[in-house]
Design a binder for this molecule. Structure first.
Ligand code: HEM
Length: 141
């Protein structure tokens, strides 16, 4: 069993699950804007389900990433600056995604301000995810 390649595979599966949430939130926002009012309650149930996919994806990135760093790179010391930028973006992404879970709970309780804030946090999460991706590729090539 090639554990290194297995970890890279898990890392990329986490990456794909994370970006699936960003892309589906953009598509769902456009669909909701064009949909009949009677269809919106059902459509509005999609993104809270997708955000759970994102949580699993981010967890896979952190777990596979930490194992890769400590087992194959001897820890965080002596990594290229691009890698530290990537990790900073991932920490900010994790904070934003955690707060979005709080907003989701408020939205379920009918909080309209939380619903108004959600798109901006969704965009921030996509921005931090993209930043992590760009610096990940620059860090290791
Ligand atoms: C949103 C968050 C993340 C994204 C988008 C991401 C993306 C990537 C990508 C695309 C690569 C392959 C780079 C290449 O070889 O061209 C990679 C490799 C790597 N990532 Fe991440 N990653 C994320 C989070 C993390 C975290 C949190 C850690 C560590 C705590 C981590 C540690 C690593 C390591 C050590 C490699 C090198 C693997 C190798 O030997 O090729 N990543 N990551």
């Amino acid at each position: 069993m090639n554990w290194y390649l297995t970890l890279i595979l898990i890392h990329f599966i986490g990456l794909v699950m994370g970006f699936a949430v960003s892309i589906s939130s953009i598509v769902m926002a456009a669909l909701l804007a064009r949909s009949e009012p009677e269809h919106r309650p059902t459509l509005a149930r999609f993104m809270p389900m997708m955000s759970k996919v994102g949580h699993v994806g981010l967890a896979l990135l952190w777990i596979s990433g930490l194992v890769l760093v400590f087992v194959y790179y001897g820890g965080f010391k002596d990594m290229p600056w691009e890698f530290y930028t990537k990790i900073a973006a991932t920490v900010l992404l994790t904070i934003v995604v955690s707060y979005m879970a709080v907003l989701e709970a408020k939205i379920r309780r009918g909080d309209v301000l939380a619903a108004a804030l959600m798109p901006a946090f969704g965009k921030a999460a996509t921005l931090f995810g993209l930043t992590a991706l760009i610096f990940a590729v620059n860090a290791f090539n």
